[in-house]
Design a protein around this ligand. Structure first.
Ligand code: ADP
Ligand code: GLC
Length: 485
């Protein structure tokens, strides 16, 4: 019998706890541990942005160099193997590409202009490693690319004739990695790649499309989003490309890390459980105090999010007015686009004592918010998977979500039928506008007023399984089917 399991090279631009701007980092960091149980050894190749090497458990001097080049897209580069939180990391040191101040993709003056080349370099190295370029002999059976930053990896495998299977995972199709056609040679793509069946996209080059057409399998992070991606309103121009490959597309729901997100063991909060739910009240009291809010007789809602158009932040101020007037409260933690931050600042100023706002990124505070909040709002226009609704479910913080993507796949909306069937875990609304959200909040307040029904709903969510086990099994099965030789 053929041996089960093998080696996977994961190619991504973010990975917790090294670098994170969104849920992609959580997923990339959680997959190796989840897959190990299925016999798959996954290493994560990411850029060594400033500070990354210092965070690896093995100090820099002892990290092992496994690959080097004098000329990786215009400068010397090397890959060192290290480890963090039990995850094996291949950190690509290429100072000319990654030793920059700011975030992974941009600084104060906007996106880095050479982003396509920066992540093409990452993918080039992935292809080298797949070809057997690792000095210590570690060769993957599968290359697993994440989002556009990993998109050129399947393409290089194809154009360089490297016989290693690849998976392309779409976490968010809104980011496509577009470069002008004149950059083709600089991106080390052969002339024959610049065709509609290759990397060409409306006269430009798209890194994401490159991956979508070249990969052996395509996955996205929820079954619903897999269907949505084949429709123009969600596919954002790539719906045809994905629909043409429908036979190899599947949605595999993300999980959340049970070791990090568990109200019974969470060191950042006053612990509680589905059986001892009354203990959650202490966290609520502390959260109100932390945000400087007064008594909130109705539900205390929270919002923990990137503040962007995707996340539906623009509909929140208008939608919550009635909810606040009826006794609800709102605590917001987030950072993002200036208009969204300003809109929430205005809301907080209009409702002192009822709306608290923290602009910024604060992991520990986010734990205290899920523990103290009664409900978490996720009014996204599109949401490939979404993690905060699952965190909310786990913490008895009832999700109020729009009916899209992973939100629709993970929350069972309260209706008379779902309540009668003892199935409801949250409130689901549609379409994504202020009126629908206002109505959803009205429903939420009504459910909250019935403390017995409310407690049941909280407990159902807390007991639901959003760990990684089931999803890891699906990835393992996918890899097994693609493995060659
Ligand atoms: P996306 O990746 O689109 O931003 P997800 O719901 O998949 O959305 O993941 C967001 C992740 O980032 C979650 O882990 C969430 O808790 C976290 N997060 C978002 N904003 C903040 C913030 N301001 N402070 C702390 N954590 C945040
Ligand atoms: C993206 C999506 C989000 C998803 C995350 C992890 O950032 O916006 O919905 O949960 O990736 O897959």
């Amino acid at each position: 019998m053929r041996k089960m399991g093998g080696r996977v090279l994961s190619v991504a631009s973010e990975c917790v706890p090294l670098v994170k701007t969104g849920g992609l980092a959580d997923v990339v960091g959680a997959l190796p541990g989840a897959l190990a149980a299925h016999g798959w050894q996954m290493r994560v190749l990411i850029p060594a942005y400033p500070g990354v090497l210092a965070k690896l458990d093995r100090p820099r001097a002892r990290a092992r160099e496994v690959w080097a080049s004098d000329d990786l897209f215009g400068g010397a580069a090397r890959v060192v193997l290290g480890e963090v939180a039990g995850v094996e990391i291949l950190a690509l040191e290429a100072p000319h590409l990654f030793a920059r101040l700011g975030g992974p993709y941009s600084d104060g003056s906007g996106d880095f202009r050479d982003n396509p080349e920066r992540f093409a370099a990452l993918c080039w190295v992935a292809a080298d490693l797949a070809q057997g370029g690792d000095a210590a002999g570690w060769k993957p059976d599968i290359v697993h690319a994440h989002d556009w930053q990993g998109g050129f990896a399947p393409a290089y495998l194809r154009y360089r004739g490297i016989a290693v299977a690849s998976v392309m995972t779409v976490h968010n199709i809104a980011f496509q990695g577009i470069a002008g056609a004149e950059r083709r040679a600089a991106l080390r793509l052969p002339p024959e790649a610049f065709v509609p069946e290759g990397v060409e996209y409306w006269g430009n080059i798209s890194a994401l499309k490159a991956g979508l057409v070249a990969a052996d399998a395509i996955t996205t992070v929820s079954p619903r989003y897999a269907d949505e991606l084949m429709r123009p309103e969600f596919g954002l121009g790539l719906e045809g490309v994905i629909a043409a490959r429908a036979g190899v597309v599947q949605g595999i729901l993300n999980g959340i890390d049970d070791a990090v997100w568990n109200p019974e063991t969470d060191a950042a909060i006053e612990p509680y459980s589905a059986r001892k739910l009354a203990l959650k009240a202490r966290n609520r009291q502390e959260l109100l105090a932390e945000f400087g809010l007064g008594e909130v007789p109705g539900p205390l809602a929270i919002l923990v999010s990137r503040l962007t158009h995707q996340k539906g932040i623009d509909i929140v101020p208008e939608a919550v007015a009635e909810f606040l007037a009826a006794g609800g409260g709102l605590c917001v933690l987030g950072a993002g686009e200036p208009w969204a931050e300003a809109a929430l600042q205005g809301l907080a100023a209009r409702h002192p004592g009822r709306v608290g706002l923290r602009i910024g990124y604060d992991e520990a505070l986010s734990h205290r918010m899920f523990a103290g909040g009664d409900a978490v709002l996720v009014p996204s226009r599109f949401e490939p998977c979404g993690l905060t609704q699952m965190m909310g479910l786990r913490y008895g913080c009832v999700p109020v979500v729009s009916a899209v993507g992973g939100l629709a796949d993970t929350v069972i909306g309260a209706t008379s039928a779902s309540l009668a069937a003892a199935a409801a875990t949250g409130v689901v609304f549609h379409p994504v506008d202020a009126l629908a959200l206002r109505q959803a909040l009205r429903k939420l307040s009504g459910l909250y007023a019935d403390s017995i029904e409310w407690g049941r709903m909280q407990r159902r969510g807390m007991k639901a399984d959003f760990g990684w086990a089931a999803s890891a099994a699906r990835y393992a099965a996918l890899y097994e089917g693609l493995k060659r030789g």
